[in-house]
Design a protein around this ligand. Structure first.
Ligand code: NAD
Length: 424
């Protein structure tokens, strides 16, 4: 629960333009019918809300929030909620579109959605955060529901935020509806394994890709941007695989130690201080410069637009595992491709989170809960199969993994849309 854009962060290009560019590349290769193309290239529903929140000092502040459905041809809308000062409608549109493709890549029966509130949660008290969350949940209750639209955590939102949404929705309908959100605490219907699911799924994909390319993971040097819900557990998992995490950053700073950083100690330090900056067993480095330091695997796990035409040619990693959504621009993709860098695209690499969210929803609907072993085993099966499907597509069409993942997803969503027909 800790995100601020640092002054070193590059100005992100418009995320929705990027999502549409990625779509166009894949749609061209698929020779997608022009009419279908228009349907899939745009978001189906967009709700903007301006809502008042009572602050601790008695004043009232109006916040702006969004909930966007990109496509629901394959099932209910699914996607996280982001609380961040830099949230925009275009960012939410892009994230919703990526959710549609992501759910299709891993073959789970959801459409794509996303939401966000323009706010800085670090500047809100717990009561103000709860007031904001409950009021926002009420405002978007026009859209959300266990069979319609199921939110989840994203940047700066947590299991606690999800429990407030679940409770607010349940109070309105008069009975408990755990399946209205995922990423909840276990005590109210959360799933075992959800907290680490994104990281675990990314590791499954990294292992498969490394095996395919004879890329040794033992001793591989890792640089990680972002040490939150997704990034922090990944650092531990990669260390357990024998990788050496040599650089880590968060919104307050970056640290580097070419001999390796003790990730367990770093997590303890970060829990105590709220940041990785100042960790004594590493040197401080420039956060943006850190991305360009020599390493084998670079993991963006923070925000969009971090690897662009401005820095791509200076990236030294051999593999980029995209845990963040949209960290690489299409121009950067071209540069990285020419340099022979393997990019594991976000809609594949970080799909473990939504996959276990799907498991949570299924468990809630059945009121029948699985143990962690079962969750992790099912997750691994799905991630490995998704990687193999994407890799096969890439080989067949001689394209990179991002374009292959988009082609796979777009053809599945197009097929569902075509099969259902255009109403009326
Ligand atoms: P989070 O809020 O828990 O953590 C974000 C981390 O990024 C924090 O450590 C923050 O300090 C850091 N950060 C922010 N700005 C930074 C900057 N400019 N430089 C370096 N670090 C910076 O969020 P999260 O849930 O871990 O999400 C991170 C990314 O992963 C997002 O793109 C999100 O959409 C994506 N993602 C998350 C999940 C999930 O299950 N949590 C699933 C799929 C994708």
């Amino acid at each position: 629960m800790s995100t601020q854009r640092s002054s070193a962060t590059p100005v992100a290009e418009n995320a929705f333009d990027i999502a549409q560019k990625q779509f166009d590349i894949a749609a061209d290769l698929l020779h997608l019918d022009a009419n279908l193309r228009d349907v899939l290239r745009n978001c189906k529903r967009e709700l903007t809300v301006n809502f008042p929140v009572k602050m601790d000092d008695g004043s009232i502040r109006v916040f702006q929030g969004y909930r966007v459905h990109h496509n629901i041809a394959r099932g209910p809308a699914k996607g996280g909620l982001r609380f961040h000062p830099a949230v925009t409608l275009d960012e939410v549109r892009a994230l919703a579109m990526w959710m549609t493709w992501k759910c299709a890549v891993v073959g789970i029966p959801f459409g794509g959605a996303k939401g966000g509130v323009v706010c800085d949660p670090k500047k809100l008290s717990l009561t103000e955060l709860e007031n904001l969350t409950r009021r926002f949940a009420t405002e978007i209750s026009l859209l959300i529901g266990p069979d319609r639209d199921i939110p989840a955590p994203d940047v700066n939102t947590s299991p606690l935020v999800m429990s407030w949404i679940m409770d607010t929705y349940s109070m309105a309908v008069g009975h408990s509806v755990p399946a209205v959100v995922t990423g909840k605490p276990l005590s109210i219907g959360g799933s075992e394994g959800r907290l680490e699911a994104t990281a675990r799924g990314a590791v499954d994909v990294i292992i498969e890709a490394a095996r395919d390319r004879q890329f040794p993971l033992d001793g591989a040097r890792v640089i990680l941007q972002g040490f939150g819900n997704a990034g922090a557990p990944l650092a531990s998992f990669l260390s357990q695989l024998g990788c050496r995490v040599i650089g880590v950053s968060d919104s307050s700073g970056a640290i580097h130690n070419p001999h390796g950083i003790d990730c367990a100690r770093l997590r303890l330090y970060q829990r105590e201080t709220g940041t990785v900056a100042g960790f004594s067993m590493a040197e401080p480095v420039d956060p943006l410069g850190m991305l360009e330091l020599p390493c084998d695997i670079l993991v963006p796990a923070a925000l969009e637009g971090q690897i662009t035409h401005r820095n791509a040619d200076r990236i030294k990693a051999k593999m980029i595992a995209e845990v963040a959504n949209g960290p690489t621009t299409p121009e950067a993709d071209v540069i990285l491709g020419e340099k022979g860098v393997l990019v594991l695209p976000d809609i594949l690499c970080n799909a473990g989170g939504v996959t276990v969210s799907y498991f949570e929803w299924v468990q809630d609907l059945q009121s029948f809960f699985w143990d962690e072993e079962e969750v992790n085993a099912r997750l691994q099966r799905i991630m490995v199969r998704a990687y193999q499907n994407v890799a096969r597509m890439a080989e067949q069409h001689n394209v990179n993994l991002r374009t292959a993942a988009h082609m796979l997803a777009i053809s599945l969503v197009a097929d569902a849309t075509r099969t259902r027909g255009i109403f009326p």
